[in-house]
Design a protein around this ligand. Structure first.
Ligand code: TYD
Ligand code: MG
Length: 502
């Protein structure tokens, strides 16, 4: 006998309550608890699993194998025995590279058959474009892709495909199947019939199951549809990639619920009004979450960016070039992005505001970190910023979360305040402590090398790492004479560093 359990789940944070309440006790959101009904069979399949009648290779009642392993198919009592970890065969994760290197890089080398990937991001950031490009690239390599869209018509998708570089060629055309359908039963049926290598679903919020009495996008629908898709992926080996909407705070809509169910969660970040887009892995059961994929939105879809200098356009093609004049309030910082280093430009502006009511705005930077750096500049740098409105941003729509960029942010603010620049070819590296000292950063050699490659001529580093920076410089310039022009300047604290503003 199936047992019915009713609970109330917060739409904002995913907190589960046994009773309805006006305010979520966990996140404090008002009127956010939604009724959630779950039917529990005594020892049957996972709740909500779509009954595919064995059509996708699984017998009725057979639960999805965890991680796609065919060995873990049945759940008959007594059939499972714990085994010593030494005897467990390592899982050889096969991967299908899409051919879009930046996308494969975040996935850990390619799409894993039978995996479920969720791609989240702001509206208009390029989620549909990225998945369509990946689908077209896979189709071009002879893989079959079923692109199911519940948001657009097939003609709209075709229109987009035509804009994308060369996706309209015949080989791709035959392997890339379009289905404009929000009903999951129809999509599952088509997936069964066409047996694609990749099933793209755009988007999970607008997909629904007819037998669930709730509107598309509700918790019940999301959970049931997502479980069905996981089941399809695990039983048939088809990789599933779906688009997920985000809330106004940037979290994936449908709380943490979806993130727990899928194998890979990718976040598409960047400013819609800037060209650069970053794809970041938030969760990845098959690879690192450190890597990022870099793209640029162009007239013909997303172009890959290999090594970015996220600099403003003023003064020509990006990067700190020696010919550019000193610009107060603008400093370069080499920041880590997975195994790569990006040279990001930090800009700041100060303007006289009202004492006690001064504005502080950070874009692409952590607002709390900016406030702390302003306090350190006041206390240990001798700046009077109490009545200054301060705006600081990472140029190019990039988000910088690393403390290693502290020095660059502080110098940008101080430079803007004093109307003195750090020199257009200066890159600043260092974390700032509350006592105003410069702390060492990790991966200094990579940062130094990247900064020099992009044309930096003066490196401002923490005193403790001056020697390491010089050594890295030597290493970077074997076979080139670039290092002869580069100087390393060490600073012990923020006061020392401020002396280098011209
Ligand atoms: P889209 O992929 O539809 O975004 P999402 O699915 O995340 O909502 O498109 C993003 C934006 O990119 C859209 O406003 C139009 C623009 N765009 C280009 O600039 N060039 C292109 O080649 C394409 C296809 C879209
Ligand atoms: Mg879209």
């Amino acid at each position: 006998m199936a047992k019915v359990r009713t609970s109330y789940v917060c739409r904002e944070c995913g907190n589960v309550q046994p009773k309805w309440m006006g305010k979520c006790p966990d996140c404090g959101a008002w009127d956010a608890l939604e009724r959630f009904v779950e039917r529990e069979a005594a020892d049957g399949p996972a709740p909500g699993a779509l009954d595919l009648g064995g059509a996708l290779g699984a017998g009725p009642g057979e639960a999805p194998a965890p991680g796609g392993s065919p060995a873990g198919g049945t759940r008959a009592p007594g059939s499972r025995r714990a085994v010593p970890i030494a005897e467990v065969k390592p899982l050889d994760v096969p991967r299908i590279p899409s051919g879009i290197d930046e996308f494969d890089r975040v996935l850990g080398g390619g799409i894993v058959p039978g995996s479920v990937t969720l791609l989240g991001g702001d509206p208009g950031i390029g989620k549909s474009t990225l998945l369509l490009q990946a689908a077209a690239a896979l189709a071009g390599r002879g893989r079959r892709v079923l692109y199911a869209t519940s948001e657009e018509s097939a003609a709209q998708v075709k229109l987009r495909a035509d804009r994308l570089d060369g996706s309209a060629d015949a080989a791709r055309g035959a392997n890339l199947l379009l289905l404009a359908e929000p009903n999951l039963a129809v999509i599952a049926e088509e997936a069964r019939r066409t047996r694609p290598d990749l099933l793209v679903l755009d988007s999970i919020q607008l997909t629904f199951r007819g037998d669930v009495d709730a509107p598309p996008g509700s918790l019940q629908q999301l959970r049931r549809c997502c479980l069905d898709l996981v089941s399809i992926a695990k039983t048939s080996g088809t990789a599933v990639a779906m688009v997920g909407h985000v809330t106004k705070d940037g979290d994936l809509a449908g709380p943490k619920l979806l993130e727990h169910l899928v194998d890979v969660v990718l976040a598409f970040e960047g400013d819609r009004h800037h060209a650069y887009r970053v794809v970041r892995a938030v969760k990845n059961r098959f690879g690192s979450t450190q890597e990022v994929g870099l793209f640029e939105m162009t007239g013909a879809g997303l172009a890959q960016v290999e090594e970015a200098t996220l600099a403003s356009d003023a003064g020509g093609a990006g990067g700190p070039s020696g010919t550019r004049p000193t610009r107060p309030g603008s400093v370069f910082a080499p920041v880590l992005a997975g195994s790569r280093v990006l040279l990001a430009e930090v800009q700041a502006l100060t303007a006289t505001g009202f004492l006690g009511n001064a504005k502080r705005r950070a874009s692409g930077l952590d607002a709390g970190r900016l406030a702390m750096l302003i306090a350190v500049l006041e206390k240990h740098g001798g700046l009077r910023l109490g009545d200054q409105d301060i705006y600081a941003s990472a140029v190019g729509g990039m988000r910088i979360a690393e403390p290693a960029a502290d020095l660059a942010i502080a110098l940008a603010v101080a430079g803007a305040f004093h109307d003195r620049g750090a020199g257009a070819s200066t890159a600043a590296i260092g974390e700032i402590s509350l006592s105003g000292e410069l702390r060492s950063v990790r991966q200094l050699d990579l940062r130094v090398q990247a900064a020099v490659r992009r044309g930096a001529q003066l490196l401002l580093v923490p005193r403790a790492q001056a020697e390491a920076a010089r050594a890295a410089l030597q290493g970077a310039s074997v076979g080139s004479c670039a290092h002869a022009l580069v100087s390393v300047v060490a600073a012990a604290g923020i006061r020392d560093a401020l002396d280098h503003l011209a």
